[in-house]
Design a protein around this ligand. Structure first.
Ligand SMILES: Cc1cc2nc3c(=O)[nH]c(=O)nc-3n(C[C@H](O)[C@H](O)[C@H](O)COP(=O)(O)O)c2cc1C
Length: 403
């Protein structure tokens, strides 16, 4: 069953430049099984045509409070009662101010006041100065104090040329938040997930090692996102300086061989295996017992291949749902597709790495590929992108277990 099947979503659209993104949001909601009714402010129709939303949702779009046609059919109070959730995206500074003040001067603000829907979700979008203004901040704080969920805004380049907070969060993230709320955040309840994260270190001598730039931030964010979905998470971490996410069982390892042992020890009963660690492909053939001295002009190291943990897990007869990561400096998509096929994975999340990209960074962009589908997840914070990826994993895992 589709995650939002039968849920009644009233989508409010207000007059911001991001209104064009509301069409994509409506499409995602409908695709997810939701019943969607759109209410636009009078000014919002300057930014996106109601006809677009009507075509996507298959329902008339409303923008007037004093509407003799609709008041004789589903009037504003019935519409307020009908809604299980009121989702306003984009939400202007003006809408936020009106809602904070409890105003009811147009259809959308009246519905917000008349609705007993426990869930009002708002995705602000505005110029960074408008967002930072103490009036907006006070209004947002008021809404939060009334348990309104505020999603975002994102930080970045704005249509007006400024850079800063105020971009509407991506429609996929809004969808994921709604799914979470309706599923009670338990899409993976009772599922055991084994996850690797961080780098490995391969010793050369007692003080030196071969390593890589993985910080572990993506894997740790994934561990938190998995717990938020009710999963029982075993996190096998290479050497990183990150705090253990709440409710996660953590096993610290150093080398690829230790990571492999920890994975196979933890695997029994696991429904999902996610290989997010940057495991060294090679290790020194011998580890010097004493510190290697600089006695010669050149030093040749002999390296031997490490086991490929993900391939080994994916080749098991009774294997979990396997998710790999591909960090590439070029031709990301081609390499990711090849890795998905060659290792027989269920899903791969690919990202471009390089200077200030991927490794060590606080944000990430991913191209997620599975058999028969793909989705690009735009650049955003690692916790946000982790929540989206976990939703995609849950989708494909559900699809596989349903067949
Ligand atoms: C071109 C243009 C773009 C605008 N973009 C935004 C925006 O992104 N966010 C915002 O809060 N207001 C924006 N405004 C101002 C709102 O449209 C204005 O406050 C309007 O009264 C909001 O109406 P509503 O809240 O009833 O939809 C914009 C105005 C113009 C003319």
């Amino acid at each position: 069953m589709r995650p939002l099947h039968g849920h009644r979503v009233l989508l409010g659209i207000t007059a911001g430049i991001a209104a064009y993104k509301a069409a994509e949001l409506a499409r995602l909601l409908v695709k997810d099984g939701a019943e969607v009714r759109v209410v636009m402010t009078r000014s919002a129709v300057q930014f996106i045509g109601p006809m677009t939303l009507q075509a996507i949702t298959g329902q008339p779009v409303r923008d007037a409070l004093f509407d003799p046609v609709h008041e004789s059919a589903m009037g504003h109070i019935e519409l307020a009662r009908w809604a299980e959730v009121i989702l306003v995206a984009p939400a202007t500074a003006d809408f936020i101010a009106q809602t904070a003040a409890g105003m009811a001067h147009d259809l959308l603000s009246t519905l917000c006041l008349a609705s007993a829907a426990p869930l009002l979700v708002v995705a602000p979008a505005m110029n960074q100065a408008m967002w930072r203004h103490p009036a907006t901040q006070a209004n947002v704080a008021l809404l939060r104090s009334r348990e309104v969920t505020i999603l975002g805004p994102d930080h970045g380049e704005q249509a007006c040329g400024d850079t800063g907070p105020g971009r509407m969060v991506e429609p996929a993230l809004i969808l994921a938040a709604l799914r979470d709320r309706f599923a009670g955040g338990r899409r993976l309840a009772g599922r055991r997930v084994v996850l690797t994260a961080g780098p490995t270190r391969e010793a050369l001598d007692p003080v030196r090692f071969l390593g890589n730039r993985s910080s572990g931030k993506m894997g740790f964010a994934l561990a938190s996102a998995l717990v938020a979905q009710g999963a029982e998470v075993v996190l096998i971490a290479g050497p990183v300086t990150l705090a253990t996410p709440v409710a996660v069982e953590r096993i610290d390892v150093e080398t690829a061989l230790q990571m492999r042992d920890a994975v196979f020890t933890s695997l029994p009963g696991a429904a999902i295996f996610i290989a997010c660690a940057a495991v060294a492909d090679f290790r020194p053939a011998t580890v010097a017992e004493q510190k290697i001295k600089k006695a010669t002009e050149t030093l040749t190291l002999e390296l031997i291949r490490n086991p490929d943990i993900l391939s080994e897990v994916a080749a098991l007869a009774d294997r979990p749902f396997c998710v790999g990561f591909a960090a590439e400096t070029h031709d990301v998509e081609t390499y990711a597709e090849a890795k998905l096929m060659a290792k027989g994975l269920d899903m791969i999340a690919a990202n471009q790495v390089g200077v200030s990209q991927g490794f060590e960074a606080d944000d990430n962009a991913l191209l997620v590929i599975w058999n028969g589908g793909r989705q690009a997840l735009a650049r955003q914070s690692k916790p946000q992108i982790a929540a989206l990826l976990v939703n995609l994993i849950a989708d494909q895992f559900d699809a596989q277990t349903a067949t």
